[in-house]
Design a protein around this ligand. Structure first.
Ligand code: NOJ
Ligand code: NOJ
Length: 491
């Protein structure tokens, strides 16, 4: 059987099968959240946090992976580092001891130091005086020098993601007197680092560039949504901390990005497109289905509604992604573990992917995209819970049909309010749905808890770069959303 490297492990898990009691009238029982998945997640989160710490070098460079060959990921990627440090800030906020808190804050500030250093480097993406075109460089040597070899550049998402993370570091540091004492002198330089990333984003967001997978040149939904988020964060930041920056300009550019973003919805296909105006790079992504849409919705969160997790256009796209990968990867033929518990399909970057983790042959599922689908389900449920209603639309009805919704009938046009017995049924099904993606990750993760970039589409075994920072960050992020949902549901 080509799928189950850890069948015996998953056998011993014992999911609590609350789906059987998930009827229209079901009240959430205390046991409803899958406690065995919770136990695995607890240990996996501790491993993930430790692995991220060890990928952070003393000078603040964050390794995408410690792997130096086949593949060589021994670099600091702007995108990976910004996303991972954002999760480190979650760990900081959740820490329970002063020691832990200062350790995470020190990590954040060493990342700031490294960022300040690399922002001063001219790169093959451009020079500093071209509105910081140098910042479009996707990856840096751990010394802080740009990677001066051929690569898919520029990548315009990096400075935007980093601006949002740096703003969070600034705000969190200001809130803590202990941090202020330690890092006060560097807050001024942190602010100018933020303003550089905002300037880059405000000026360069229209530029053609390579996508987050570093393969296609054009204009990308992922980049635009991250850029809009950065400019909105930036406008609020410079209003709160006057002196430098231009809030009105950031807001105007963010509104212009919204006009641009509307072009990515393809009403004929019924899903969001990852790229428009392609003018280079790979040309065989014919399905135009891409997990980057889901990542965009998660990474640019901040307000409900706008291309967020519960946006029906995002959920429409999630449905297509799920069903496409479900039939593409042989391991997905197995949709139940040996105890008959449900597993969601393993998810890759996009169906035509040929990157095998080192070279080019055939693509495989990735941990970070599979975790993203889990996080999407939890985050959508959190939004519905906060909004007290769920609208069933032409766009999201297929997504809901993928859920295990026993005895719940949904019709297009339904507005399901809290109090309607179906409301809770849907939220519980989203929790279960997310858990099925994490159970998929659990099945294919190494017993040690180590996570690579990919897992094999035939055997399910880990492959590609080892100890990928972003894989760990993605599981931590999904686990955080799951915990929030469980708390909101009072399970
Ligand atoms: C390395 C890139 O990071 C990856 O995304 C890409 O698929 C491969 N090169 C193959 O081009
Ligand atoms: C390849 C991925 O496609 C890209 O998104 C990532 O930045 C690099 N690997 C480094 O992890």
């Amino acid at each position: 059987m080509p799928f189950s490297p850890k069948a015996s492990t998953i056998c011993a898990l014992g999911f609590v099968g609350f789906m059987s009691s998930l009827t229209a009238a079901a009240a959430p029982a205390a046991e409803s959240a899958d406690s065995d998945l919770s136990a695995w997640l607890d240990s996996e989160q501790a491993i993930a946090a430790a692995k991220i710490s060890s990928n952070l070098l003393p000078n603040g460079a964050l390794l995408a992976s410690p792997s130096r060959s086949a593949p060589n990921y021994y670099f600091h990627w702007t995108r990976d580092a910004a996303l991972t440090m954002n999760v480190v800030l979650d760990l900081y906020s959740a820490s329970t001891t002063p020691e832990e808190r200062s350790a995470y804050l020190r990590q954040a500030h060493s990342y700031v130091d490294f960022t300040i250093q690399l922002q001063a480097e001219p790169t093959l993406s451009g020079s500093l005086d071209a509105h910081y075109a140098n910042l479009g460089e996707p990856k840096f040597e751990v010394s802080g020098r740009g990677f001066n070899e051929p690569w898919g550049r520029p990548q315009t998402d990096g400075p935007a993601l980093r601006a949002s993370s740096l703003i969070r570091i600034y705000t969190l540091s200001l809130q803590r007197p202990d941090a202020l004492l330690q890092f006060k002198s560097s807050l001024g330089s942190l602010k100018s680092a933020i303003l550089k990333d905002l300037e880059y984003t405000a000026y360069h967001w229209r530029d053609q560039g390579f996508d987050l997978w570093e393969e296609v040149r054009g204009q990308h939904f992922y980049n635009a949504l991250a850029q809009r988020r950065a400019l909105l964060d930036g406008a609020a930041f410079v209003k709160a901390h006057p002196g430098g920056g231009d809030a009105a300009r950031y807001l105007a550019e963010a509104r212009a990005i919204e006009v641009h973003l509307a072009r990515f919805w393809d009403g004929q296909r019924g899903h969001l497109m990852p790229t428009i105006n392609r003018d280079g790079g790979l040309d065989y992504k014919n399905s135009n289905l891409d997990s980057s849409i889901i990542l965009a919705a998660l990474h640019a969160q901040g307000e409900p509604g706008y291309f967020s997790a519960a946006d029906d256009r995002v959920l429409a796209t999630a449905h297509f992604i799920r069903s496409t990968f479900a039939s593409l990867y042989p391991i997905n033929k197995v949709s139940r573990d040996p105890k008959q518990r449900r597993l969601a399909p393993a998810i890759g970057r996009y169906p035509e992917d040929r990157y095998d983790g080192n070279g080019t042959s055939q693509g495989h599922p990735w941990f970070l995209t599979t975790a993203a689908l889990a996080e999407l389900m939890y985050s959508a449920a959190i939004s519905y819970d906060a909004a007290n209603q769920i609208l069933i639309t032409a766009h999201n009805e297929a997504f809901f049909a993928d859920l295990a919704l026993a005895n719940v009938t949904l019709r297009r046009g339904d507005s399901i309010k809290r109090g309607d017995t179906r409301f809770l049924g849907i939220l519980l099904a989203l929790l279960q749905g997310g858990d099925e993606y994490l159970a998929r990750i659990h099945l294919h993760a190494a017993n040690s808890g180590d996570l690579t970039e990919q897992f094999d589409r035939y055997t399910g075994f880990e492959r590609g770069a080892r100890d990928l920072s972003w894989s760990y960050a993605s599981v931590l992020s999904a686990a955080k959303a799951r915990a929030r949902l469980i708390a909101a549901l009072r399970l």
